[in-house]
Unconditional design. Structure first.
Length: 331
């Protein structure tokens, strides 16, 4: 088994140094390190070169999707590990993912990712999408417990720290570059689901993630891209019949996210992103979309996972209101 490790980076040399140290300590080492520089203005590329990584320069901040795709095209391994530059891996992280992928024939895998500096609060496990078209990083912000400690098949893995079979990219392509950054991994997961290709969540594989280290979670640019890309998800995967039948749920999900952005002082950025998304809706339409019944069944199953994870701790305001107002009842 050969592994190529891909790390897109935009500044943050100290965070990158920590990641590469943890990558070098893996019990199943990656034979190739590809660090993609998105126009860093600090010493991050030099840190990568000194570690033995091959640095691919984008020449500008081209976004996460374009950077990862560039490295995927040049990777030589049978497996590809995609890692955020602000994550740290436990020594057995890649070994545990690879072992379970081999035993389950999964196409991709991810582990239990804690918030940086904590062995209790979860940053994320796997992704799920509701019928309103917004995504949930299952477990985010929750205290670890039994709900997040069972292995399961998954449809979408956060590309924070995930392992993929290289063949998967030959079958369905790389990340959608029009997303730039944010939700491009969710889009990829929906494409995998459309083709019946599943992954595995391996809770014994542990990592720690700082999260939104480049800009910040509620930075206007972060909010604008997420708001736009939520609409792009609808355009690329939701058939017209679904958009008509679930119009209330979709409008509710989008409006609640806008209210959340407004509470964090980013209401204008949300509005800009929504406008950009709807203006680009027709151009973003994907020729291969789900049938209504298949998508409704998939997203209903996703909503069960979201409800269960939220009920395991203190529910987020967003999901509490979504389920209540969409007619699914209180969490």
């Amino acid at each position: 088994m050969t592994i190529s490790a891909i790390v897109p980076v935009w500044n943050g040399e100290e965070l990158l140094r920590r990641l590469l140290a943890s990558l070098g300590a893996q019990t199943l080492p990656a034979g190739e390190w590809l660090v993609v520089d998105n126009g860093s203005e600090d010493g991050a590329p030099d840190v990568a070169r000194r570690s033995g990584a091959r640095v691919l320069s984008m020449g500008r901040n081209a976004g996460f999707a374009a950077a990862v795709n560039r490295a995927i095209r040049e990777a030589r391994g049978e497996f590809v590990a995609v890692l955020n530059s602000d994550v740290e891996l436990s020594p057995e992280y890649l070994a545990r993912l690879a072992a379970r992928m081999a035993e389950t024939d999964a196409w991709f895998a991810t582990g239990k990712i804690f918030a940086a500096g904590s062995d209790a609060r979860i940053d994320g496990t796997f992704d799920a999408v509701c019928r309103g078209g917004t995504a949930c990083r299952v477990g985010h912000g929750q205290i670890d417990g039994p709900a997040f400690s069972s292995e399961r098949s998954i449809g979408s893995a956060p590309w924070t720290a995930a392992l993929f079979r290289a063949e998967l990219f030959q079958r369905i392509g790389g990340l959608e570059e029009s997303f730039e950054s944010y939700l491009e991994d969710v889009d990829f997961g929906l494409r995998c689901a459309h083709h019946g290709l599943q992954g595995v969540y391996v809770p014994e594989a542990l990592a720690w993630h700082r999260g939104s280290a480049s800009l910040g979670r509620w930075h206007p640019e972060t909010v604008r891209r997420i708001a736009r890309n939520q609409i792009f998800l609808l355009a690329r995967h939701f058939p017209n019949r679904f958009l008509r039948r679930r119009a209330w749920t979709i409008l509710l999900a989008q409006a609640l996210w806008g209210a959340l952005a407004l509470r964090h002082g980013a209401g204008l950025a949300w509005a800009r992103g929504q406008c950009q998304g709807w203006r680009g809706f027709s151009a973003a339409r994907h020729p291969e979309q789900f049938e209504f019944e298949a998508l409704d069944r998939l997203l209903s199953q996703n909503e069960i996972l979201i409800r269960e994870s939220q009920a395991a701790g203190v529910p987020d305001w967003y999901w509490r209101m979504y389920f209540l107002l969409s007619g699914s009842g209180a969490i």
